[in-house]
Design a protein around this ligand. Structure first.
Ligand code: ZN
Ligand code: CU
Length: 486
C-alpha cells in the first residue's frame, strides 16, 4: 500500500522514548502527528530526510524551567532549548509563575520572583490571560504550566509575605489555584527554600494544594532544605502529597553543601521506600553547580560562586565572587550585598551524588536553566546534549535508550502529557534528529551560551523548528499542553 505523507525520516535509528531497545526504521509525519513507524519503503512524502542511521527520538521535555516569559518572546528566546532538541518546557517552577497575579499598584516583584518577572510582565491577572497570550502569539515550543506559590502569596497576602498566611489567605490561594487549573494549568509549585516562602508552614501548603485534588494536578517543589535537613524536606514533600492526594515531584534533587556530600544514598533510599505507596518523582540537571538569585546570607568560603548577573555591577558578570571581593577589599558577604540584586552560580554539589541521582529509575532530566541571566549557568544551553554525550555515551552512566527515556517518555508519564514523549503512530510529531556519535554540550562555565553540537533538526507538532548549524526557523507551532485528567 503506497501512502503519501508530509515528512518522512528515512533509515533512522529510532529511540522511541519508552526505554526499549533502538531499532532501525522510518518515521512518517502528516500534520502534527506521527502516521507511520517502521519500514515505510512504499511511502512517499513532500519532504524526505535521509537519516542514514542517525538517531531520531521524541523531542525532549524539559521537566524544570523558568521559561514563563521566554516562551512569549519569540523563537530567538527559545533557541537555547530547541538547539538541544527540546520541544516542550514545564514552566512555573520553584514557586514562581507569571500568573495569576494582580499586583497592587507599585508592588515590585522581589527576588526570587525577578527570575521571571520584569517591568511590565505582572499583567496576567488570570492564568487564562497567560494562556490567551500563548495562543495569540504562540511559542515555538510546547508549554506545560505550573502555578507558583510565591506568586499566589503576593496577591493573597497583599505583598505582606514575611509570615504564614492566615486561613482566609490560604483559602484565597486555593481558589485562585483551582481557577488556574480549570483554565489549563497542570499543577502547583512551591519554593519553600526561598525567603519569604520559608515562612509558610506545611499546613499552609497543604491548604492551597487541596485545590489539586479535584483538578488532577501535580505538586512540584523546590524543597525547604536541600542541605543538612534534606531528609526532613523529603518527608514534608511526601506528607503534602499524601494530604492532598496528589503525585509529587521533587525539583532539581541534590544534596547541597560539602558536609552533605554522599548523602544521596540516604535521600534516594527514602524516596524509593515511599514510592511503593505514593506517586513520587524527581528531576535533576547534569551539573555539580547550581544557580539562582545571589543570597549573601548563604555565601560561604568553601563554595565557590560565579556572578550570573548584577543590576548595579554588570561589569562583574561571569567573574568569581571571591575575586570581586578581593578587588573591592571586602568580605564575601559584603561584596555579595553590594552586587544585589544579582544572580549566582554555586559550585555546591558532589559529582558522585549528581551521577547517582541521574542514574536512579525515578529521575527525569530538567535543565533549571535561567533564560534571562546575562552570564547563565551552562545548563540553559547544554543540559540535554550533556546527558546524551558526556554521561550516556562517554561515561556510560546508562544506555542511550535510558537517557532518552528520562527526557521523554518518563517525563510525559509523570506530567500526564498525552501522546507526547513517545514515537508511535498517533503521537504528536515532536521529534529530534541527532548524531549519537557527536552529540555534546559545548556551553561551559566560561562560555555558557554556546549551542550544542550534534543536534541536526528539531520538529515541534510536525513543524521544523530548529536546524543545526542554521538556527531557529520562523515556526511557532508550540501549544499550551495540559495534564491529562484521566
Ligand atoms: Zn529551584
Ligand atoms: Cu528552578
Amino acid at each position: 500500500m503506497a501512502l503519501r505523507c508530509d515528512l518522512i525520516l528515512r533509515d533512522a535509528t529510532i529511540f522511541d522514548g519508552t526505554g526499549t531497545a533502538r531499532r532501525r526504521g522510518d518515521v512518517a509525519v502528516t500534520g502534527d502527528r506521527i502516521v507511520g513507524v517502521g519500514d515505510l519503503g512504499a511511502w512517499s512524502a513532500d519532504r524526505e530526510v535521509l537519516a542514514n542511521g542517525k538517531a531520531v527520538a521524541p523531542g525532549f521535555i524539559d521537566a524544570h524551567t523558568h521559561d514563563d516569559r521566554a516562551v512569549l518572546c519569540g523563537p530567538e528566546c527559545m533557541t537555547c532549548k530547541m538547539s538541544q532538541g527540546v520541544t516542550s518546557v514545564v514552566v512555573g517552577n520553584c514557586g514562581i509563575s507569571l500568573s495569576p497575579v494582580r499586583f497592587k499598584g507599585g508592588t515590585r516583584p522581589l527576588p526570587p520572583l525577578d527570575l521571571v518577572f520584569e517591568d511590565g510582565w505582572a499583567r496576567f491577572g488570570d492564568f487564562a490571560d497567560y494562556a490567551k497570550e500563548l495562543a495569540d502569539k504562540p511559542s515555538p515550543v510546547n508549554t506545560v504550566a505550573l502555578i507558583g506559590h510565591m506568586t499566589l502569596r503576593i496577591e493573597a497576602m497583599q505583598g505582606d509575605t514575611q509570615r504564614a498566611a492566615t486561613d482566609k489567605e490560604a483559602a484565597a490561594m486555593q481558589t485562585r489555584l483551582r481557577e488556574a487549573m480549570e483554565q489549563g494549568a497542570s499543577g502547583f509549585s512551591t519554593g519553600l527554600y526561598y525567603p519569604p516562602n520559608i515562612m509558610a508552614p506545611t499546613s499552609e501548603v497543604i491548604a492551597v494544594a487541596e485545590a489539586l485534588r479535584s483538578t488532577g494536578g501535580l505538586y512540584v517543589t523546590h524543597m525547604r532544605d536541600e542541605a543538612t535537613h534534606v531528609l526532613d524536606s523529603i518527608e514534608e514533600t511526601l506528607q503534602i502529597g499524601r494530604a492532598a492526594g496528589v503525585p509529587v515531584v521533587i525539583s532539581h534533587h541534590k544534596c547541597a553543601q560539602p558536609e552533605n556530600f554522599g548523602r544521596s544514598t540516604e535521600t534516594l533510599a527514602l524516596i524509593e521506600k515511599n514510592a511503593r505507596t505514593q506517586a513520587v518523582a524527581f528531576d535533576v540537571y547534569p551539573y555539580y553547580a547550581g544557580s539562582t538569585v545571589l543570597m549573601p546570607d548563604k555565601v560561604r568560603p568553601d563554595v565557590t560562586v560565579k556572578i550570573a548577573w548584577s543590576k548595579p555591577h554588570p561589569e562583574m558578570e561571569g567573574r568569581w565572587l571571591s575575586d570581586v571581593a578581593k578587588e573591592w577589599g571586602m568580605e564575601l558577604k559584603a561584596a555579595a550585598e553590594k552586587l544585589l540584586p544579582a544572580g549566582a552560580i554555586m559550585f555546591q554539589m558532589d559529582e558522585a551524588d549528581v551521577q547517582r541521582i541521574m542514574q536512579h529509575d525515578l529521575s527525569m532530566i530538567g535543565s533549571d536553566g535561567l533564560p534571562h541571566d546575562r552570564f547563565p549557568h551552562p545548563r540553559l544551553w547544554g543540559c540535554f546534549p550533556r546527558v546524551l554525550g558526556h554521561y550516556a555515551r562517554d561515561l556510560k552512566l546508562f544506555s542511550l535508550e535510558t537517557a532518552v527515556h528520562k527526557m521523554t517518555g518518563r517525563t510525559a508519564a509523570v506530567f500526564g502529557l498525552e501522546d507526547r514523549g513517545v514515537i508511535r503512530v498517533g503521537a504528536y510529531a515532536d521529534l529530534v534528529l541527532f548524531d549519537p556519535e557527536t552529540v555534546r554540550d559545548v556551553a561551559d562555565f566560561d562560555h555558557p551560551t554556546r549551542p550544542a553540537e550534534g543536534i541536526l533538526e528539531t520538529w515541534i507538532n510536525g513543524q521544523s523548528a530548529y536546524v543545526g548549524g542554521v538556527g531557529a526557523t520562523a515556526a511557532r507551532a508550540g501549544r499550551l499542553v495540559t495534564r491529562g485528567r484521566a
